[in-house]
Design a protein around this ligand. Sequence first.
Ligand SMILES: Cc1ncc(COP(=O)(O)O)c(C=O)c1O
Length: 240
Amino acid sequence: MGVIELCNISSICIGRAKPSSLIEGNRRRRITCMASSVSVQEEESHQQKQGVNGGSFIRTHLLKLSPYQPILPFEVLSTRLGRKPEDIVKLDANENPYGPPPEVNEALGAMKFPYIYPDPESRTLRAALAEDSGLESEYILAGCGADELIDLIMRCVLDPGDKIVDCPPTFTMYEFDAAVNGAGVIKVPRNPDFSLDVERIAEVVEREKPKCIFLTSPNNPDGRFSWTKSRIWSFSTEYY
Ligand SMILES: Cc1ncc(COP(=O)(O)O)c(C=O)c1O
């Protein structure tokens, strides 16, 4: 029987093992799921002898990825700092320190069927966004946060070997998601005042024909607004 083992969250081993186990120690977290008649230790030495390990299953470009450093959740931060969550103003992941408006809490508390999957096409939300933006709802995609949408865009358009343009310092997920999809990242660093180096972007676009250009507005970490929609439109019609 197969087993997927998550060690330290950043590495995954696939092999065969006995009963489900959860081992905590030396701050390393090791989770083994599913069952077979061979113990994990026996299997590991078997794999070493055979030269078989997770590396032979996992796509090679993923093995080369540096682990993503996620933020600490509120409860962990609170324990580490020895402060109550209410006394911490957390700004390191672009969260809104004021929380949602009371109407949102009320609406969430009043959900009639919270145990039923929600509408996968987010019809009501998209209709409201369509009314607000003037776009037709067929052109609007709702996701679980911008991260999911960035991931979906890259999965839809990038073949291994394609390229994206990234303008650091900026949100690091563009680079990470590109690497997950086996795409190359062309970096065009921002100017010292965080504005975009438009001439270099144009040069790179003309030469490399990247599939995606990420022009974050407002940018993370500086909050600067980049281009207007019409400027992006004229740039894209000029070069593509
Ligand atoms: C520029 C930018 N895009 C997207 C995200 C992710 O947003 P979400 O929490 O909606 O997934 C962040 C989060 O910090 C961000 O800074």
